[in-house]
Design a protein around this ligand. Structure first.
Ligand SMILES: Cc1cc2nc3c(=O)[nH]c(=O)nc-3n(C[C@H](O)[C@H](O)[C@H](O)COP(=O)(O)OP(=O)(O)OC[C@H]3O[C@@H](n4cnc5c(N)ncnc54)[C@H](O)[C@@H]3O)c2cc1C
Length: 414
């Protein structure tokens, strides 16, 4: 057996998950990470007592791999209210899941997001998607999310005022041009559990995985320039020999490094504001019911997790899928002023994140299970191998570790 470690390129969720599985199976492993910390797209900054996730995002408790791979109790999750607060014409209307929040049924019935048939259809869609094994949702005919919603008979009103900001916001896809398979599985996960953040920020998720690796396993500030099946070359020149190489970078980098099919990007901007008073006491995600954007969704994070802001202060996150231009702070402030009035002018601008690769595009026909063991012997994992999500990244990391272990078993002399 080759005595060199398995070398993993990238310490995002996929790379960390792969490393933890290999380490716990007794396989020596080293992780080379280009940046100054673990987590990749799931990192958090701390500024003046605020916790700022690098782009507004949530974990869903229904993600099977989150439950399987993490100690969720230790993450001390804080949950959003199920449903959404849809903001339109200066007013917010609660659109709740009537099965989980029956007391909100009146508000949901009168919310100006579509006609009564649309709302009945949402309940029908929910029931349909919750039936049976979630994996079956990733099969069958595939079309864009927008085409699937039109085909299901939803009116343009509910698509623009509800589905676009909700699904467009979570999947960074304001055009609803991605696969209906991904929409279906996301809608199912939202109905099956809670949207949550760890009390200490999203970074707690990768930190917990990294803490299960021996000290020194992850080398930070170590960008990899190239990778063969038996070694990697660091950007500063050193060559590291490996018993196997796993490329766990984002999709576009993996595609360049490995020569696999190009991975297209969905971009996103996120603007954080600090305020003395919360503009709403809702713990719901707030959706743009105007259909105009560019902020598709927002949240008063300190209502969901008080730890996200210092005492007496509030944290507002505004997400702008598809927008990374210079102007997004001004655009976000202008739109939120329409929602919440002049108080918005007094808010402090805490940070703006522009993320050129937020998620890989998942156009139909979308195949959610791409190979992790390439023909030339190299391995690859990341959210571009499965669904573009925390679930997909964790699953691909585990799947890849299993493939590495199985290849070692096959190579072992009898
Ligand atoms: C703003 C935003 C909102 C999101 N919202 C949600 C959400 O609500 N729910 C959800 O489930 N998912 C969400 N996602 C998606 C989710 O965060 C990602 O799918 C997941 O984190 C991807 O993990 P990964 O390990 O595949 O890739 P990455 O996190 O990209 O990790 C790759 C790692 O490789 C490193 N790397 C790159 N090149 C090199 C190199 N040459 N050498 C060494 N290291 C390298 C990078 O620095 C990085 O640490 C969101 C993403 C963003 C950005």
């Amino acid at each position: 057996m080759n005595a060199h470690p398995v070398v993993i390129v990238g310490a995002g969720l996929a790379g960390l998950s792969c490393a933890v599985h290999l380490h716990e199976a007794g396989v020596p492993v080293e992780v080379y990470e280009a940046s100054d910390g673990v987590g990749g797209r799931v990192r958090s900054d701390r500024t003046d007592g605020f916790i700022l996730d690098r782009g507004f995002q949530v974990a869903l408790t229904a993600y099977p791999e989150l439950q399987r791979q993490l100690d969720t109790a230790a993450l001390d999750f804080r949950a959003f209210e199920p449903g959404a607060l849809v903001w339109r014409n200066g007013k917010g209307s609660v659109v709740a899941d009537p099965f989980r929040r029956p007391s909100q049924i009146v508000s949901t019935t009168i919310a100006p997001i579509g006609n009564p048939l649309d709302k009945a259809k949402v309940a029908w869609l929910r029931a349909k998607l919750r039936r049976g094994d979630p994996a079956r949702l990733l099969e069958g005919t595939d079309v864009t999310t927008s085409a699937a919603l039109i085909h299901a008979g939803f009116s343009p009103t509910i698509i623009d005022r509800f589905f676009r900001p909700l699904a467009g916001g979570i999947q960074l896809d304001p055009q609803l041009a991605d696969s209906r398979r991904v929409f279906d599985i996301t809608f199912r996960m939202l109905a099956d559990g809670d949207a949550v953040v760890p009390a200490s920020g999203m970074q707690a998720i990768p930190d917990q995985l990294a803490a299960r690796l021996p000290t020194g396993t992850v080398r930070l500030g170590a960008p990899v320039a190239s990778a063969s099946a038996t070694s990697v070359r660091l950007a500063h020149g050193n060559e590291i020999e490996a018993s196997a190489v796993v490329v766990a970078t984002d999709g576009p980098t993996a595609s360049n490094m490995l020569g696999i099919a190009p991975v297209a990007s969905k971009t996103v901007g996120c603007v954080y504001f600090g305020a003395d008073a919360a503009p709403t006491d809702s713990k719901c995600i707030v959706l743009d019911g105007s259909g105009a954007g560019p902020v598709l969704n927002a949240a008063v994070m300190s209502n969901i997790a008080s730890s996200y802001a210092p005492p007496g202060r509030h944290l507002i996150a505004a997400a702008l899928p598809g927008r990374t231009d210079d102007d997004i702070e001004r655009l976000a402030r202008r739109q939120l002023r329409h929602w919440w009035g002049e108080q918005v002018d007094a808010w402090d601008h805490l940070a703006t994140y522009r993320i050129p690769h937020g998620q890989p595009r998942q156009s139909p026909p979308f195949d959610p299970k791409q190979p992790v063991h390439l023909e030339d012997g190299r391995f690859v994992c990341g959210d571009h191998r499965d669904t573009a999500s925390i679930q997909g990244a964790l699953f691909s990391g585990r799947r890849c570790a299993e493939a590495v272990i199985s290849s070692r078993t096959t190579e072992e002399p009898s």
